[in-house]
Design a protein around this ligand. Structure first.
Ligand code: URA
Length: 177
């Protein structure tokens, strides 16, 4: 299930330039789920092309992963105004599209709080679950869920950056070779 060009399932449609659809390897077993498009993503229609996207790619590359090895998507496909966090209602409205993207994969990486909130109902600190693999079920399919820090949280925090690098190391060694 993919959104229609004029999708208006939630109020985010009022602010968008482009719907931001998944990018990367459409057939990958591994999907990275971010939070929401920012300004650059809204303008280009591609996820993770701004500052945090550049850091994400740098950390992936440092562990031998290319953007073209994985699928990259977000909890919502339209930019929230002022880059605020997407609300639960907005994520729920977009959820059928996300589930369609995820349900046939093997490993889902939750990049930060919003992805963990919508996919495993987690509202606590990322530090308490980072890089702890768990099982989740989406549309009757059992998948591995790997929570980690959002790249934006890693820009000025070397400990978070090291954990995100470790996430990429796990992907490379366990799930991508
Ligand atoms: N760009 C995205 O596509 N998603 C984010 O979560 C942040 C930046």
């Amino acid at each position: 299930m993919i959104p229609e060009k004029n999708c208006a399932r939630c109020s985010l449609h009022e602010f968008r330039t482009k719907i931001v659809m998944p990018d990367g390897n459409m057939n990958s077993n591994v999907v990275l789920v971010g939070e929401a498009p920012g300004e650059n993503e809204d303008l280009t229609g591609r996820p993770f092309v701004g500052r945090s996207g550049k850091l994400l790619e740098k950390i992936m590359n440092s562990e031998g992963i290319q953007r073209s090895d994985v699928l990259i998507t977000n909890t919502v496909k339209c930019r929230p105004p002022g880059n605020r966090d997407p609300t639960k209602e907005e994520m729920d409205a977009c959820r059928p599209f996300l589930e369609y993207e995820l349900s046939t994969r093997k490993v889902i990486v939750g990049l930060g709080k919003s992805a963990c909130r919508i996919l495993i109902g987690y509202e606590g600190k990322m530090a308490d679950i980072v890089n702890q693999e768990m099982k989740i079920t989406i549309n009757g399919n059992e998948l591995i869920f790997l929570p980690t820090y959002h790249p934006a949280a890693c820009i000025y925090n070397n400990d978070s950056k090291a954990e995100l690098k470790r996430t990429m190391n796990i992907l490379k060694n366990k799930y991508l070779d």
